[in-house]
Design a protein around this ligand. Structure first.
Ligand SMILES: [Zn+2]
Length: 328
């Protein structure tokens, strides 16, 4: 079962989260593999999209925000677009668009930053957006300021978070054909220390030197991808932080946790085809023997053979009140 674990380091300005996408991830992979138009994701694309999915769940959970978090990579290599969308209820969907083959062993920069033009965008789209209000979007290139291309997607996001949130963050991400997982450790802004102490801050008030964060960050970075993919959350946290005082919250799992969801349905596609009109539908059936419509997000293919297609319009005609059919 996919799960999200949140925790704090007792008395220290450091928080963390660990996500393991299992069912949510394998469902997305299975749907893509079943898509006859695309086939399964090549291994390097699967790794990138899985890491993006894990990271997007961590970022959505890390902010107080009522709306969708959309993480996009616009590539200038064989991968044109990779996108993950996570809702506040942690439902998520993802897709990638390729316009050339991606052989095993292709690096991140070869996939999406071949000419240095790749970008990663994070968009926060509020649920109750006022008319004219634009969603918030932050964009970072896929290379360091010195021009060195990032080869780990986690480096892209750490760069993004330093720029946008000014918070020191450690991210460890990994994905294979069964699990997409991520660990996030973040230094929390220390506010109002003097107020809490009930006195005005003396000039030499102890500051958070970052020593605690640095120690915990070092431990977090020692987590290998293999461990992240194969060990359960309890084992990972115990092994990494056995000397620290962890305050853990009840894990979010099942309907409360990260889960796959897509808004597409056969009914929606049927309505779209009905809107297309009978003549257009008939001409596609005449040309290709059937109508096939794929959802970009979940890879689900919706097929309508000649009988299905005729049925769309037959039932539409039956359902139609006489007044509206007279208008046509
Ligand atoms: Zn869909």
């Amino acid at each position: 079962m996919s799960e999200l674990h949140k925790f704090l380091f007792d008395g220290l300005p450091v928080r963390g989260m660990l996500v393991r996408l299992t069912g949510a991830w394998t469902e997305m992979l299975a749907r893509r593999a079943g898509n006859t138009a695309t086939g399964p994701y090549p291994e390097p694309v699967r790794a990138l999209l899985g890491e993006m999915a894990a990271a997007a769940v961590l970022m959505q959970s890390n902010i107080k925000f009522n709306g969708a978090l959309v993480m996009q990579v616009f590539g200038d290599g064989p991968v044109k677009l990779a996108v993950v969308e996570v809702q506040p209820d942690l439902s998520l969907r993802a897709t990638a668009t390729l316009h050339a083959a991606v052989p095993d062993g292709t690096s991140l920069s070869q996939m999406v930053n071949a000419a240095g033009g790749g970008r990663c965008a994070i968009t926060l789209d509020p649920k109750d957006r006022r008319p004219g209000q634009q969603p918030y979007q932050g964009v970072v290139p896929l290379q360091a300021l010195e021009g060195q291309p990032f080869e780990q997607f986690s480096d892209v996001l750490q760069h993004y978070m330093r720029q946008s949130e000014q918070l020191d963050t450690v991210l460890v991400l990994a994905a294979d054909d069964r699990v997409a997982a991520g660990l996030l450790i973040q230094r929390m802004p220390v506010q109002g220390q003097a107020n809490l102490a009930g006195t005005a801050a003396p000039a030499d008030a102890p500051e958070d030197s970052g020593e605690d964060f640095n120690r915990i960050a070092h431990l977090a970075r020692s987590l290998t991808r293999a461990e992240l993919l194969t060990l359960d959350a309890d084992t990972i946290l115990r092994r990494l932080f056995w000397e620290e005082k962890l305050v853990r919250f009840a894990p979010l799992q099942g309907a409360e946790g990260p889960h796959f969801a897509c808004t597409c349905s056969r009914e929606r596609v049927a309505r779209m085809l009905q809107g297309l009109g009978r003549a257009e539908a008939d001409s596609i059936v005449a040309e290709q023997g059937r109508i096939e419509v794929g959802c970009d997000f979940c890879g689900q293919q919706y097929r309508f053979d000649a009988v299905d297609a005729a049925g769309l319009f037959a039932s539409a005609a039956v359902d139609q009140p006489p007044a509206s059919s007279a208008l046509q």
